[in-house]
Ligand binder design. Structure first.
Ligand SMILES: NC(=O)c1ccc[n+]([C@@H]2O[C@H](COP(=O)([O-])OP(=O)(O)OC[C@H]3O[C@@H](n4cnc5c(N)ncnc54)[C@H](O)[C@@H]3O)[C@@H](O)[C@H]2O)c1
Ligand SMILES: [Zn+2]
Length: 363
């Protein structure tokens, strides 16, 4: 069980190590003075957030910063993936310059993955890089997007096509913020947590199977789910090998999201993608069909979709897979499970097998 002060998980990167603090009440930002001393931070700093999060949680952060002698300027970006763009970043630069941030000014990202990715990209590029702290407020951001240093924005031709690696000074994940998170957003974060169990922690997967109270008991399993990602990115910080395994379920998932015109949320696409990946794995003889059924059962009990909606055409899904930037040369890349906690990267999947998998995973 996690204490009030929380857990500390370390992430190793080529530029050094940074901590993820995880627990209740952490928006008091107690570790901040020590972190700020490390980079000799300026008093003036920026908190980038959106109106939804601002109304719930920003006062705490602003008060905490002022109590620690910081002078925060608050920068609001509109809520939604459609604002994860270079145009939003440009408006952020204007405000950072207006508030006279300098090279030692910290940028705080207070929000989900969208705020984290955009604010991180601004932090990576403003004045060639300023210190950056992630304050994730969605389960998905805590489990996945705030860890590992990938930041960026979307391009009209595809998601996350413009980006950088920007390791934060720290991630401070206050689980109290999850109290205001809509249930469907919570479930989307659960899809990534289930993914982490399949990629690298069978005991995490079993704990999630045994629990029916994922939300109230979040402190019991969340550190394990974060640790899977922290360990993988520590071993492969810029995705030259094993880090690709974290894309389990995403080749199918991204394509389903895209073809649905984003009516299927990212986590929902990932849930369906996890089922597709396990079916494709069984088809290739990497595992038996029972594995897919087990994964599907857990995702369903969480309330996530596991079948491809009828209206999404197979051809369109395949075409969308082909424009996914995670594709290597002309060949589609799939991460396929052999067992819970053991996945492999496969680059030679036949188109017929992909088609059959999609057809077999329809509702
Ligand atoms: N950088 C990475 O490694 C990485 C990994 C995975 C996903 N991502 C990116 O993350 C994004 C998805 O992140 P997300 O799922 O957090 O979505 P999001 O940031 O859009 O947040 C989801 C919704 O929840 C609201 N919200 C956030 N915190 C809240 C809270 N505590 N209470 C109430 N409402 C709250 C947001 O305003 C938003 O409407 C995508 O853009 C994806 O590409 C990045
Ligand atoms: Zn994802």
């Amino acid at each position: 069980m996690m204490s009030q002060v929380g857990e500390k998980i370390s992430v190793k990167t080529p530029e050094g190590e940074y901590p993820i603090f995880l627990g209740k009440g952490l928006l008091d930002l107690d570790p901040l003075p020590a972190l700020a001393a490390q980079v000799r931070a300026s008093a003036v700093c920026a908190v980038i957030t959106n109106p939804t999060i601002l109304s719930h949680h920003a006062t705490r952060v602003i008060d905490s910063l002022r109590a620690k002698n910081f002078q925060p300027c608050v920068i609001e970006i509109p809520d939604g993936e459609q604002y994860k763009t270079l145009d939003t970043v440009r408006k952020i630069y204007d405000q950072l310059l207006g508030a006279q941030l300098d090279r030692r000014s910290i940028i705080f990202a207070l929000g989900g993955g969208v705020v984290g990715d955009v604010a991180g990209f601004a932090a990576a590029t403003f004045l060639r890089g300023v210190p950056f702290v992630q304050l994730p407020t969605t389960l998905l951001a805590m489990v996945d997007s705030s860890v590992g240093g990938k930041v960026g924005v979307d391009h009209p031709r595809g998601k996350n096509l413009i980006g950088a690696f920007k390791q934060p000074l720290a991630v401070i994940a206050d689980t109290d913020t999850l109290a205001t998170l809509p249930i469907e957003e919570f479930r989307c974060g659960m899809a990534e947590a289930v993914k982490h169990g399949i990629v690298g922690d069978a005991e995490l997967f079993e704990r999630l199977e045994k629990s029916k109270n994922w939300r109230a008991g979040v402190e019991d399993w969340l550190p394990r789910a974060i640790r899977v990602k922290a360990d993988v990115v520590g071993r492969d910080p810029v995705e030259q090998g094993d880090r690709a395994k974290l894309n389990l379920g995403h080749t199918f998932g991204h394509a389903i999201e895209k073809v649905s015109d984003y009516r299927v949320r990212h986590g929902e696409g990932v849930a369906i993608g996890l089922v597709c990946a396990s079916r494709l794995a069984a088809r290739r003889g990497l595992c038996d069909a029972a594995l897919g059924l087990r994964i599907e059962h857990l995702l369903r009990s969480i309330g996530l979709p596991t079948r491809i909606p009828r209206e999404l055409a197979t051809d369109a899904i395949i075409a969308a897979m082909q424009t996914d930037k995670k594709r290597v040369n002309a060949q589609l890349r799939f991460i396929l499970p052999r067992a819970i906690g053991d996945v492999v990267i496969v680059d030679d999947v036949a188109r017929e097998d992909v088609i059959a998998t999609i057809e077999g995973a329809r509702s």
